[in-house]
Design a protein around this ligand. Structure first.
Ligand code: SAH
Length: 233
């Protein structure tokens, strides 16, 4: 069964956004994945279709109402065991490992917050997994959901032209990726490193691995030793 994403949002027009283009867009056309954007407001029951209210205890901003959100979630997730995610700066920071796990499943249900966020009770009652895309605050969960889905869709089987091209990428082996070069051989006085045009594949692999290790040590020492070493070569 193809990977199925359902996004609950106040701005369904923001989807599929950039995922309608390039490899992700073509893969959706081929039926390799699908995205359904659901308007949360359709689950409000009052005359004004209210989705938010002032924070209990006072303070700035508005909070998305638990009853409306729960109805929206329940409408999509009956007899459905896809993970229910809430985009949230308080969530566990997204990793390539989590992306790979999600891509291996049937799909995801993603709730996008807005304003100050969502009522805590719906997070608990519907067992939402809070996912953060980084230590900064966005104005809404929609761009975060698009980023999460981008990371998932690109590794679905058959989406990238060459399925092997994901193998050596940053994070996949616990390391940042080595630098890339392409023609021309000399550009503004800078040469492509000679080893890459030597034809010696063993030496090239070794060079790339060394570059990965030294780049990771310099830029992201926190990654060294943080993941399984067996894929590092
Ligand atoms: N008051 C909240 C921030 C709300 S931002 C707090 O301080 O934690 C509004 C919405 O944007 C959030 O509900 C969430 O869905 C989304 N969002 C903001 N930053 C995000 C991040 N780093 N990762 C994922 N979602 C984010």
């Amino acid at each position: 069964m193809a990977f199925r994403a359902t996004v609950l949002t106040l701005y369904p027009e923001m989807f599929p956004g950039h995922l309608g283009f390039s490899l992700a867009g073509k893969a959706a056309e081929r039926g390799q994945w699908s995205l359904d954007a659901v308007q949360i407001r359709d689950f409000a029951t009052d005359k004004h279709r209210t989705v938010d209210d002032t924070p209990a205890g006072g303070g700035a901003g508005m909070v998305l109402k638990p009853d409306v959100l729960a109805r929206a979630i329940d409408s999509t997730s009956e007899n459905d065991n896809r993970p229910r995610l809430l985009m949230s700066p308080r969530g566990k920071p997204l990793t390539q490992e989590r992306v790979r796990q999600l891509a291996a499943g049937d799909g995801v249900i993603i709730l996008c917050g807005r304003f100050e966020g969502v009522d805590q009770r719906v997070i608990e009652a519907r067992e939402l997994e809070e996912v953060s895309i980084g230590d900064y605050v966005l104005s809404g969960g929609e761009p975060a959901a698009l980023i999460l889905l981008d990371a998932i869709v690109r590794i679905l089987p058959g989406v990238m032209g060459n399925d092997l091209s994901g193998l050596h990428e940053s994070f996949e082996g616990g390391l940042l990726e080595h630098p890339h070069y392409t023609r021309p051989q000399e550009w503004e006085g800078r040469e492509i490193p000679a080893i890459l045009t030597s034809g010696n594949h063993g030496a090239i692999e070794k060079w790339r691995h060394e570059q990965s290790v030294s780049l990771t040590k310099k830029r992201r020492p926190d990654l060294i030793g943080a993941q399984k070493p067996e894929k590092a070569g």
